[in-house]
Structure formats: structure tokens, C-alpha cells
Design a protein around this ligand. Structure first.
Ligand code: HEM
Length: 343
């Protein structure tokens, strides 16, 4: 069989095996250090469930809401697939936040992994964009008005804000073209971007290897262990556990549907998905322009953190400032999120 295959597919499988089977550092046996794989797994759950939803979703303002209602109530297992899609979106964002924290607090973004960090940040932003655009497709009151608020926020950006807002709205106001734009962003542009960025990210991780950490209880163990089958089996066990958790959440808390979008009636309380609570609360505390510019600057600061960190270390060679600033940033984000959640 091997001979038959190698005649038709002249690929050096032994070389391919050695290329995909680079030893990984011992600390990756701990889940906390292998969260990148969890994010990747949840992204594939998103792609699979999203693809199934596409068979029934209709991206047209007059029919979008009804098609989602039909998915939830009439399509066999539609409620389940929709709920898995929604919960895995939240799960992916949780995994990405934790992955970012572990990379940050283990200094894994430092030389030579600065580009891996930058690509990671772009992945985080693209994933948040996918969450935002997906929320608008449901065409319920909150998602419709969420799209309106988002496009107004984009419009408040200096220089190209107006142009960008018109581009995503498909006109001066939120209208029928907006749903098409959000739909294309959600099902094509952002997933393609994420796939491409994940490929570049993993390539960079392979080029530089994963940063090594040693723990006292691992002193007598070998420094590395094989990717195949050991690490793959750990990842599979994690995937099965997460799938169980997603199913439990989908059954106990299935995805809900609010009121149909009404462009003539602004709801009393507009609220985004939980992962935008911090930004929403921050925007409420400032004026529109300052809030938007502050958010963009924070994102730019995050992307450029490896360079900022280099400057800080030259300024204060004896005392590490990055972990302190990191803790402060996490506390601010958590505090703003809780504040928005309880108000
Ligand atoms: C879909 C999104 C992402 C995927 C699939 C992903 C995947 C991975 C994987 C599989 C690794 C190998 C080690 C591990 O699992 O932790 C890794 C490492 C890394 N990731 Fe990500 N990642 C993503 C997003 C991010 C984000 C948001 C950041 C930071 C802002 C980031 C920064 C890094 C860095 C710097 C490393 C190297 C860590 C080291 O060498 O110890 N990644 N990523």
C-alpha cells in the first residue's frame, strides 16, 4: 500500500513526519501553556457549526430574523448547532485572552518572538470582529442597534473614520446593504483572515520553537517530548473535554432570540456581547471621540508592546515594569467588564 501510494504521490512521508513531529518543551504538558491549540480547536468548531448554519440562514433584512427563529425552533438540531456556535465563540475569546496572558506573563513575546506576538494581536482583533459581525446577523433589536452603535463609533475615528463607516454600512445610514456587508465580513473575509494569520502564527512558532520554561517538579523529566502522538493526544483529550462542556452549556443555556429589529424604535438598553463590556463601559465614561481614540491607542499599544517593553527595560534595567503594567491593565479590563455587567 505504501509503495502504491508513493508511486502516485511522490512525497517523502518520513521527512513529512519528522517535519510535523518536532519535540515540544516539557511544560506544554500543562494545559495553561498550550492554550493556543485550544483556541485553534474552538475556531474549527466555529467553522463547522457556522457552515451548517449557513444552509438555513438568509442574509436579507426582511428574512434574517425569521430564518434564525426557524433554525432555533424548526430545523432539526438547529438550536443545538446555533448554541454550539455561540458558546464556542465565547470559548474561543476566553481561550485567546488566557493564551495572551500566559504569553505576556512568561515573557514569550520577547526577542525573537515579537512578530509572533504581533500576528497574535491581529488574530485577537479579527476574532473580536467576527464576534461583533456575527451578533449583528441575528437581526434582533440588540444586534441591529449594536451594528448602528458600532458604525457610529467607527465614524468617530479621525481621518478615515467617515469613509470606513460608509464602507461597512454600505451607505450613510444602517440599511439593507449593512447586513450584506456584515454577512460577507463574518462568513468570508474574517474567517479567511483568521485562517491565514493562524498559518503565519504557527509557522513563526515552528521557526522560533516554543519558549522553554522549567518547573521544579519536572527536573528529572526529559526536557522535551514528541508532538506525535503525545502532544496530539493531550490536545485531543482537551478537545473532548471542551466539546462536553460546550454541549452542557448549549443544552442548559441554549442561544436565545430577542425581539425582531425595529429601525424606528431604539431599545432602552443597548448592550454588546460580554467580551465588549469593558470597551462599552469605557465609551460611556468618556466622550465619543476620546473613547474611540483611546480604544484604538490601547490596541496599538498592545500590538507594539514588545518594542515598548524593550524601552522600559532600558529605562529600568533592574526592575521589570511590564508585569506590573500587565497586572494593572488586566485589573482595569476586569473592573470595567464587571461594572458594565452589573449596571
Ligand atoms: C486564533 C488565535 C491563535 C492561535 C490558534 C494561536 C496558536 C498558538 C499555538 C498553537 C502556540 C504554541 C504554544 C501554545 O499553544 O501556547 C502559540 C504560541 C504563541 N502565541 Fe498564539 N495563537 C493565537 C493567538 C495569539 C494571540 C492573541 C497572541 C498574543 C497577543 C499570541 C501570541 C503567541 C506567542 C508570542 C507565542 C509563542 C509562545 C512561546 O514561544 O512560548 N497568540 N500560539
Amino acid at each position: 500500500m505504501k509503495h502504491w501510494l508513493s508511486e502516485r504521490l511522490p512525497i517523502d512521508f518520513d521527512r513529512l513526519r519528522s517535519l510535523t513531529n518536532e519535540p515540544v518543551p516539557g511544560h506544554l504538558k500543562r494545559w495553561w501553556f498550550a492554550l493556543g491549540g485550544t483556541a485553534a480547536y474552538l475556531f474549527f468548531v466555529q467553522l463547522g457549526t457556522g457552515l451548517l448554519l449557513l444552509f438555513f440562514y438568509v442574509a436579507e433584512p426582511g428574512r434574517a430574523f425569521d430564518s434564525v427563529r426557524e433554525i432555533s425552533s424548526a430545523v432539526p438540531f438547529g438550536w443545538w448547532i446555533r448554541s454550539l456556535h455561540k458558546w464556542s465563540a465565547s470559548g474561543m475569546i476566553v481561550a485567546l485572552c488566557l493564551h495572551t496572558l500566559r504569553v505576556f506573563f512568561t515573557d514569550a513575546y520577547r526577542k525573537p518572538r515579537e512578530l509572533t506576538w504581533v500576528v497574535g494581536c491581529l488574530l485577537l482583533f479579527a476574532t473580536l470582529g467576527a464576534g461583533l459581525s456575527g451578533y449583528s446577523l441575528v437581526y434582533e433589536q440588540l444586534s441591529y442597534w449594536g451594528a448602528t452603535v458600532t458604525s457610529n463609533l467607527v465614524g468617530a475615528l479621525p481621518l478615515f473614520g467617515g469613509w470606513l463607516a460608509r464602507l461597512i454600512r454600505g451607505g450613510e445610514e444602517v440599511g439593507p446593504a449593512t447586513l450584506t456587508r456584515f454577512f460577507v465580513l463574518h462568513i468570508a473575509v474574517l474567517p479567511a483572515m483568521i485562517l491565514l494569520l493562524v498559518a503565519v502564527h504557527i509557522a513563526l512558532v515552528r521557526i522560533h520553537g516554543i519558549s522553554e520554561l522549567r518547573f521544579r517538579d519536572q527536573e528529572n523529566e526529559p526536557r522535551t517530548f514528541p508532538f506525535l502522538p503525545d502532544h496530539l493526544l493531550t490536545e485531543l483529550a482537551i478537545a473532548l473535554t471542551i466539546m462536553t462542556l460546550l454541549n452542557v452549556l448549549a443544552v442548559i443555556f441554549p442561544a436565545q432570540l430577542g425581539e425582531r429589529a425595529n429601525p424606528l424604535q431604539t431599545p432602552e438598553h443597548i448592550r454588546p456581547e460580554w467580551y465588549f463590556y469593558f470597551a462599552f463601559r469605557w465609551l460611556k465614561l468618556t466622550t465619543l471621540r476620546i473613547g474611540v481614540i483611546g480604544t484604538v491607542l490601547a490596541a496599538v499599544l498592545m500590538v507594539l508592546w514588545p518594542a515598548v517593553d524593550g524601552g522600559l527595560r532600558r529605562l529600568s534595567p533592574r526592575r521589570e515594569l511590564s508585569p506590573l503594567l500587565g497586572v494593572a491593565a488586566v485589573l482595569v479590563v476586569v473592573m470595567l467588564t464587571i461594572w458594565e455587567a452589573v449596571s
